[in-house]
Design a protein. Structure first.
Length: 175
C-alpha cells in the first residue's frame, strides 16, 4: 500500500484538477482539505489502539466512506456558508477515492490482503493482481526503512509527473 507521501500527491492532483480557477487552484486551505481527505482513510490504523483488532484497509478504504466524506464536507461547507459547497464536497470525495485507488494498486503484505473497496455494497476484499506500488513496512528496522524509502521514491516518480502535468494543463486552460 502506498505511503502518506503518495496519497498526498494524489490529493494534490485531485485539488488541481477540480479547481475552478486560479484562486481555487492556489488556495492552501482547499489543498490542505483535499490532502487530508486523500490521507484520512489510514486513520483506521488508530482503531487498533481502541479494541486491539486490525481495522486497516476495511470500511474507511471504500466507496461508501468516500461518499460519507463528501457529504460531511458538503454539509460543513454549507453550514459555514462557503461558496460551491457541493463542488468542494465532491472534490473531497474524489480525493478520498484516490486513496482507495492507490491502495488497490499497491502491493499488500498484511492480511487481510486487499481493501474493502465496495463497502457497503459488498464485503469482499479486492486487490490488483499486478500492483503498481510497493508495500510500506510498519517497523523501524533498517531493512524496512530502506525498502520504504525506495517505495516513496517510486511513488514520487510515478505520481509527481501526474501532479505537474495536471498543473500545467490547468494553467494552459486558464490562459
Amino acid at each position: 500500500m502506498p505511503s502518506p507521501v503518495g496519497h498526498a500527491l494524489a490529493g494534490l492532483t485531485v485539488h488541481v484538477l477540480t479547481a475552478r480557477d486560479r484562486a481555487e487552484r492556489t488556495s492552501l486551505g482547499r489543498a490542505a482539505l483535499l490532502v487530508a481527505a486523500a490521507t484520512a482513510p489510514d486513520l483506521d490504523l488508530l482503531f487498533r489502539f481502541v479494541d486491539g483488532r486490525n481495522h486497516h484497509q476495511a470500511e474507511t478504504h471504500s466507496v461508501g466512506a468516500a461518499a460519507l466524506a463528501a457529504l460531511l464536507v458538503w454539509a460543513v461547507a454549507r453550514v459555514w456558508r462557503r461558496p460551491r459547497a457541493a463542488a468542494l464536497g465532491l472534490a473531497a470525495g474524489m480525493a478520498w477515492l484516490s486513496h482507495v485507488l492507490l491502495d488497490y494498486l499497491g502491493a499488500d503484505t498484511h492480511p487481510p490482503i486487499g481493501i474493502l473497496a465496495l463497502w457497503p455494497f459488498e464485503s469482499g476484499y479486492h486487490h490488483c493482481p499486478w500492483p503498481l506500488f510497493l508495500d510500506i513496512g510498519r517497523t523501524l528496522e533498517w531493512a524496512t526503512l530502506r525498502h520504504d524509502a525506495l517505495a516513496v521514491g517510486w511513488e514520487i516518480l510515478v505520481l509527481g509527473p501526474l501532479l505537474l502535468a495536471s498543473w500545467r494543463l490547468r494553467v494552459r486552460a486558464e490562459a
